[in-house]
Design a protein around this ligand. Structure first.
Ligand code: SF4
Ligand code: SF4
Length: 337
């Protein structure tokens, strides 16, 4: 395994870390086995989330007796001080630890959300208090939209940013990496495999590792994935001709019709949560979780049949996606019993 500096934190992290969202769907015993395998193969960083149902708890089980040397990152969607302080305490309890290495502001998607975090009584105050008390070591931010990451780095209140980046999602990445380098901010890459959309995951990871990022954290829920991903962390990052070709084909195919979850299309006048519907669709297509996705979709009150065909979403989508057609297709899959 190769290691890189995580920005100004002083921590050396494995270039491939463990994305712990998918362990929600496996049982405790297997989750622990999978995480231990990752640790054994040199992965020394894991990222979970307050919102990832029982992921923090399962991570906590795996950390028993293995806490030392592991950088534990989690994140909370709280935007106010009180909520964030509560979430930090709950995360500590679930993770079974008395400190968390990196606590991140989860998905700060726009300036309105960032303003809430930074306002008096905002979540940042709770993070700073927790840092003073030694409950958390470092503060980070994650977002699908780069606007807030630029501001956070410029203002200097974060040690790390977490950003989606892969061969089909490259917009503004060089500018972001320039600023990260300038401000010595660690760069954690999420969604490296675009939800399983790449036919050659090794090529997809190598492509990312060629860049000036600190760590890439593919989500994992099996020993096979851990072994394959850890292997990439030992490799030269130069892509073979065959790997490049596979990536080019995937990029060409995915490039046109791929929702990046940036949420620019919102709000929809009928309150349809467009990117969420595409996420559920990906649970059917790529994550083999059709029952879970259908249950969530069918119990939401704002299905695609509420669409009034106004087209407002499409005029706002920076990727010019045919959202209405895509929603109709997703709705069909998600409405099945
Ligand atoms: S076209 Fe449908 S989904 Fe798009 S904004 Fe209008 S109502 Fe919402
Ligand atoms: S549909 Fe377009 S605007 Fe909406 S989240 Fe996806 S990529 Fe962004």
């Amino acid at each position: 395994m190769q290691y890189r500096e995580l920005g100004k934190t002083g921590i050396k992290v494995s270039v491939v870390g463990f994305g712990a969202l998918p362990i929600q769907r496996i049982d405790e015993k297997i989750a622990v086995e999978v995480l231990h395998k990752a640790f054994d193969l040199g992965m020394n960083f894991l990222d979970t989330g307050f919102r990832y149902s029982d992921s923090e708890y399962k991570v906590g089980l795996a950390l028993k007796g293995r806490r030392e040397g592991i950088t534990v990152a989690t994140k909370s969607p709280a935007r106010d001080k009180k909520g964030m302080a509560e979430h930090i305490q709950i995360s500590l309890k679930r993770l079974g630890t008395d400190y968390i290495d990196l606590y991140q502001l989860h998905n700060v998607k726009d300036m309105e959300n960032l303003d809430k975090v930074l306002a008096p009584g905002g979540a940042l105050e709770a993070l700073k208090d927790a840092q003073k008390e030694g409950l958390i070591k470092h503060i980070g931010i994650s977002s699908h939209r780069k606007e807030t990451l630029f501001v956070a780095m410029k203002q200097g209140f974060v040690d790390t940013i977490q950003v989606p980046f892969n061969a089909v999602e490259t917009d503004e990445i060089e500018e972001l990496l320039d600023l990260a380098e300038e401000t010595n901010t660690g760069v954690i890459v999420m969604k490296p495999l675009a939800g399983g959309a790449f036919n050659n995951p090794t090529a997809a990871l190598k492509f990312i590792l060629k860049h000036r990022i600190s760590i890439v954290i593919p989500g994992m829920d099996s020993l096979e994935q851990v072994i394959a991903n850890a292997q990439v962390g030992t490799m030269e990052t130069t892509l073979t001709e065959e790997e490049q070709k596979s990536l080019d084909i995937d990029t060409a195919q995915l490039g046109a019709g791929f929702c990046r979850r940036c949420e620019y299309c919102l709000p929809c006048p009928m309150e349809i949560n467009i990117p969420q519907i595409f996420i559920w669709e990906s649970y059917v297509d790529r994550y083999n979780l059709p029952e879970f996705a259908r249950l969530r979709y069918q119990s939401s009150s704002k299905g695609v049949d509420n669409c009034i065909d106004c087209g407002k979403c499409e005029s706002k989508c920076p990727y010019e996606l045919p959202i209405r057609k895509m929603l109709a297709r997703a709705g069909e899959k998600l409405s099945q019993k």
